[in-house]
Design a protein around this ligand. Sequence first.
Ligand code: NA7
Length: 613
Amino acid sequence: MTQAQLMVEGLAELLKAADRRTLAAVVTHLSGDPEAIRDLRDRPAIEATAAQVLPPFMLGMASPAAPDDELLQAAMDLAVGAPIPPEYRDYAREQTGIGPVPPLAPIRAPEDFRVLVIGAGASGIMVARTLDNRGLTNFRIAEANASPGGAWWKNTYPGCRVDTPSLLYSYSFDQDPGWPEHFSPQPALLQYLRGVVDDSGLTDRLDVDTRVTSLRWNETEAVWHVEAAHGDGSTSSSTANVVIAAPGLLSVPKLPDIPGRASFAGPAFHSAEWDHSVDLTGKRVAVIGTGASAQQIVPAIAPIAGEVVVHQRSPQWLMPHEKYGRKLTGLERDLYDRIPMYREWNRFAESWRFGDGTTPLVTVDPEWDDPRSISAANDRLRDELEKYIRREVGTRPDLLEKVMPSYPPFTKRMLIDNGWYQALLRDNVRLNTAAVIEMTPDGVRTTDGFDEVDVIVFATGFHADRFLSPMQVTGVGGVDVTAELDRDPQAYLGLALPDCPNFFLTPGPNAYLGHAGNGMFFAECHARYISECLRLMLESGSREIVVRPEAVRRYALETRSRLDSSVWNNPEVDSWFKGERKHIVTVAAGSVLDFWNSYRRVDVSAYDFAPRG
Ligand code: NA7
């Protein structure tokens, strides 16, 4: 058998395993014919066309060409199975990697022009890589932890994994390092980010064990004075012309204010500070909280713990997903590795399903007057989710009543079912909805009783609404920027702060999306924008760029008013979208496409440059 025959051998089996829509998009793209697939429902015809079109590409005898607009549009529509607005074409070209994507203009900086990037999580890594790619290479990355990886370094609790498809939760330039699962576990994410640092040549500009403790702007010298504390107890001082802070939105653990918390005598730790020296086998464990972290922890520890008491303050909406927690089969891996553009088109389809395809579910219909939902689409989803919950726990009416949320789906971040309901059904798991009122040396007291436990896990979230603290930032005229931001979180486009020349925060207030997109995508958008600000500043002959206060105010007012009518702005429901405030401070208004567009171009009228070039 020839090499060529071997390559296409098994093609029929491979095509049977393919996602019908993704395959239709691939065939359309590679054939160059927008009408190659006439009926998306006709799977045999799609497979037959694929069998004709794919072999030369699989054998390396032909290479995929960047599609023109008509071809791209046809493939986009097929990938999703619905007409996609043409405005998405450029986004698709960039975010799928299908291209072509015009290169970004180089940044020309004087040799002594130094940049400090704070944080080597998904955002900091992306910023550093972008600066490097654009020619601004004189930078250091200060990372407080012993490794790059950010949230994926810090969170090592049992069951920790991403809840956005891995093919989407990855940078557009490196979509698939060989993801082991459709929703990959934490070690794979950490390895991926470390790989990007290495492959991008960033390792020798990374200072681990370096926690920036304070930044002070020196107006005379137009530089930031930087103080840092190191893992070995030493401290250091340096200066930088520009600081880009990427300390992480969900990085400072929040412990609940429960009387007696510190008096508990056994091991007690936050989900993001998991103590792996504690063996939970046979132990009685209290888990406080039922957010994304708890939902992954409880099913993972229940099979080994003696007893798990879950303390729920409010129930969450969860969606089932057939691929969650499942490894890629050999055929699924082959689809990505052997069929050109299959990965890219699958990523586009996922970016719609986990992106702007959800818009009808999160857009409040002003005419809708049922408080259980916010629109007809949201109401239909609610029906489906309620049915799902009944199917899962219907045999236990006591549990059903406790886990059924009263608020509309998507008001808090939508979660994926990680075996949560099945875990709650176990004999050794108990869901306690009575308020926790006290912790004693040997257990947890609620309004309806006391549980003696051996270990307490605080899955109680993060200080998402404190964007800079504990880092002390002092801006122009000695302004305490950290305190100002704590008092009233506002930033132009969620990343430029008043009184802070040559400083960007990613993500700052209202610079994430609550329902769609993902951390890698947000990081790409922000890194592009910030680097463009620096290019424009340097090209104009200036050494300082600072946002105008009126631009910050205008953006904050506009964002707040757009968010007022969003699903997240429910006065009855708290979430990390609001933090400890009454209004939404972490997430932005609008769609994934709006978000992407916001960071494409810099409106220079929002900034002051000095000295003027
Ligand atoms: P979350 O989503 O902020 O969840 C925190 C959970 O802790 C949530 O269920 C809270 O209840 C609960 N909580 C907080 N304080 C208490 C007290 N005092 N008593 C009982 N329960 C409490 O954090 P996660 O770490 O789970 O997930 C964060 C994000 O990380 C997630 O969305 C992903 O993007 C990754 P509440 O719902 O406020 O009533």
